[in-house]
Design a protein around this ligand. Structure first.
Ligand code: HMG
Ligand code: MG
Length: 305
């Protein structure tokens, strides 16, 4: 399989990256981060989640953040919606503030499903069904996320068969695109390849993306494996921010800067200006008073000085 010549990256930093932050990140900072990411050339940004503020307090300002963004033509803005209540909240404002895309998120592990969204996998699919219908009726694109597609913090390794089953359930209810998520970053290339192969039983390669947390330093290797399988869409998080509050010990997504550095070094286009992306990462890292989680950004930043 030849490598793709172009790759689309979705920066999930404002959502996955910040959802687990203990300190309050003001809406203005989140909005500025989104602006910097779009200025750097990101074509899709996962902005926030319309989830329960009791479960994820950091995302409680979801509507304020969505309303504060000065949208750039050609950029898609996505949000997580776990149920109809969340979806309705995401479209409660005027149309100009609606998301272009929503994400319904299930897990290939029963234990993680219970901990993260307080219901079984089957119940989650029944909850998503009306969400998918309502979103598609409004012309909003529906992406699905499959958490724990490789490993689970409570159940350990997850069999590819379970990933295939979940992908089939998502397909049946009309989810248009599916993300294979390594929530806790335990995946290694062959395991990730098997999870993607399982997903391919139900979704075409053009409708699958990779979402790799980098807890064990495997995310770039997993990304490369997927590129060789023909995948060309990946989530990543600026500065490698993030983690899921219901996946203890899991660190952030692969840093967008590291993925861009690798892809550009392979002659693969992303449309992203790495210098501007590094500045966006510096902006949020400075706010959080934390070192960047991107090795490429750190090396390139030090070279500037
Ligand atoms: P529940 O407690 O079972 O919900 O939570 P409920 O329907 O029984 O309602 C209980 C209360 O929550 C009620 O309020 C509802 O109004 C409220 P009360 O009457 O007690 O005041 N509520 C809501 N409020 C705002 N927005 C909503 C909403 N729904 C109910 N949408 C629920 C079920 C799904 C809501 C909860 O478990 C939840 O919000 N979970 C979200 C957890 C989360 O956001 N996790 C992180 C994102 S997933 C992730 O990071 C993984 C991913 O990156 C891929 C990967 O890496 O694996 C995507
Ligand atoms: Mg995630």
């Amino acid at each position: 399989m030849s490598l793709p010549s172009k790759v689309k990256l979705v920066d999930v930093g404002p959502r996955d990256g910040l959802q687990n932050e203990k300190q309050t990140v003001p809406a203005a900072v989140k909005i500025e981060l989104v602006h910097r990411l779009q200025d750097a050339g990101l074509k899709e940004i996962e902005v926030t989640s319309f989830v329960s503020p009791k479960w994820v307090p950091q995302m409680a300002d979801n509507a304020q953040v969505m309303a504060g963004i000065q949208r750039k033509p050609g950029v898609r803005y996505s949000v997580l919606t776990p149920n109809l209540q969340g979806f309705e909240a995401s479209v409660a404002a005027e149309r100009q503030f609606w998301p272009d895309e929503i994400v319904v998120f299930a897990a290939a592990s029963e234990a993680f499903s219970q901990r993260n969204i307080n219901c079984s996998i089957a119940q989650s699919i029944e909850r998503f069904r009306p969400v998918v219908e309502a979103a598609r009726a409004k012309g909003i694109y529906v992406r699905g996320a499959m958490s724990c597609a490789v490993g689970c913090p409570y159940e350990g390794d997850i069999a590819p068969e379970r990933v295939a089953m979940l992908a089939g359930m998502m397909k049946d209810i009309g989810v248009q695109h599916i993300g294979v998520a390594d929530t806790i970053g335990t995946g290694t290339p062959v395991k990730v390849q098997r999870a993607v192969e399982a997903t391919l039983r139900h979704y075409a390669i053009n409708d699958i993306s990779g979402h790799f947390h980098d807890t064990y330093g495997q995310a770039l290797a997993n990304t490369l494996t997927c590129l060789h399988m023909g995948l060309w869409q990946f989530d990543a998080s600026v500065s490698g921010l993030g983690g899921c509050p219901y996946a203890k010990g899991a660190t952030g997504n692969v840093a967008t800067e590291d993925v861009v550095y690798m892809l550009h070094g392979m002659g693969i286009e992303t449309g992203i200006d790495l210098d501007k992306l590094i500045d966006a990462g510096k902006f949020i890292s400075d706010f959080l008073q934390r070192k960047s989680g991107s090795l490429a950004a750190t090396a390139l930043f030090n070279k500037r000085a």
